[in-house]
Design a protein around this ligand. Structure first.
Ligand SMILES: Cc1ncc(COP(=O)(O)O)c(C=O)c1O
Length: 388
């Protein structure tokens, strides 16, 4: 494990600095009143259970509600034994590392990918191979070439993807690519980890493409999602849906980590689903995020020089900006923060292998509309200074 240099730099972010660096939801999206009411009701009605130790797999009522919730997007699971409640999906990522990775095993990810997934997997010593993406998501033809090359050399344990509103790029994988990915995974017999924190708040035109898990007829997909983006991350609640056998292994691993996820929070989440709070909150979150994304896109269009490009996400919380190749966004961060008062996450650490240095991740969900406009203006000044 190593401390992130970026975290060190972001310590310089004070009140006068506008930060696009974090990955936090808009706090106005939290259903605060409902959580207050529900917490009271849960404690009045069943404090004996809600404050007691619980089963490692999770609270039965929550699992039942989640099975219905996933059912609405076409995900069918094999009963409550094929679901486990985790401490956010971050815990699930760590458990995946524990269960599947031996030192030297191959793990395949999108490139770039979620930084904290790389950190979670790396503890277990895999060889991580990143597959490039385009606007339709992971390039499945390159995945296939890679699998062909390495399958003689060692075991490929899984392909990890974030198909909708990917972190950090904001890209959503097209339906065709999803189909192709499942076909290639089947041909080479590898597992797919589908990390889906953003699928439920897809705010693009039309419907979000089906989940890989909903398209999977072979039980090949391990599906992860979370309450962090549809309710509140402070609840620290995530879940995994997979085959009963895989979930049994998850439970075994989780026992020695933390026995179980917070019982009180699980009862609260079950009620959030049962009372329709989540369902009602989702359109509101989509609207907040669509508006903020549009604002950031508009500001980028107004302020950035022609040599800069960026993604146009229809889900997730991030825009991925590519500066001219001579710019090292890691080096520029210091100047961006101290001279211009704006922060972002340099792209380099999201790449498992290649060392691209001219991208950055911009979060549009947490800053206010005024901060988005002013922050992008400041960022454009920093970039212009470096172009010259
Ligand atoms: C792709 C992805 N996976 C997992 C997580 C972890 O979320 P949590 O542990 O809050 O469920 C995040 C959080 O931003 C994420 O973007």
């Amino acid at each position: 494990m190593k401390a992130s240099e970026i975290r060190e730099l972001l310590k310089w972010v004070t009140e006068n600095v506008i930060s696009f660096g974090g990955g936090m939801p808009d706090p106005s999206s939290f259903p605060i009143k409902d959580i207050m009411e529900i917490t009271r009701d849960v404690l009045l009605a069943r404090a004996d259970k809600a404050l007691q130790y619980g089963a490692t797999g999770g609270v039965a009522e929550l699992k039942e509600e989640l099975i219905k919730f996933m059912g609405k997007v076409g995900i069918k699971v094999d009963g409550p034994e094929s679901v486990i409640i985790t401490v956010g999906s971050q815990e699930a990522l760590d458990i995946i590392g524990r269960l599947f990775i031996n030192p030297g095993d191959y793990v395949i990810t999108e490139s770039p990918t979620y930084l904290a997934a790389l950190q979670a997997f790396r503890i277990y010593g895999p060889r991580i191979i990143g597959i490039p993406m385009d606007e339709e998501g992971l390039k499945v033809d390159i995945l296939e070439e890679t699998l062909k090359k390495i399958s003689d050399d060692g075991k490929v344990k899984f392909v990890y993807v974030i198909p909708t509103g990917q972190n950090p790029t904001g890209i959503t994988m097209s339906r065709e690519r999803r189909k192709a990915l499942l076909e290639v995974a089947s041909r080479y017999d590898v597992l797919i980890i589908e990390d889906d924190p953003y699928g439920y708040i897809y705010f693009g035109d039309g419907e979000s493409p089906d989940r890989l898990k909903a398209m999977d007829s072979e039980g090949r997909v391990i599906y992860l999602s979370t309450f962090s983006k549809i309710a509140a991350p402070g609840l620290r609640l995530g879940w995994v849906a997979a085959s009963r056998e895989v979930i049994r292994w998850f439970e075994l691993a989780k026992q020695s980590i933390d026995l179980h996820t917070s019982t009180l929070n699980q009862y609260i989440a079950a009620e959030l689903l049962k009372r329709g709070v989540i369902e009602r909150n989702i359109p509101r979150i989509k609207e907040i995020y669509r508006t903020k994304r549009d604002l950031m896109l508009q500001a980028l269009g107004e302020y950035m020089p022609d040599s800069v490009s960026w993604t146009k996400p229809s889900a997730g919380m991030f825009i991925w900006l590519t500066a001219p190749e001579n710019i090292d966004t890691g080096e520029m961060l210091n100047v961006a923060i101290r001279k211009y008062g704006v922060a972002y996450v340099p792209g380099k650490s999201f790449y498992p292998n290649e060392e691209r240095r001219n991208d950055m991740r911009l979060n549009f969900t947490y800053p206010t509309p005024q901060q988005i406009f002013e922050g992008i203006r400041r960022l454009s000044l920093a970039i212009r200074e470096y172009i010259q």
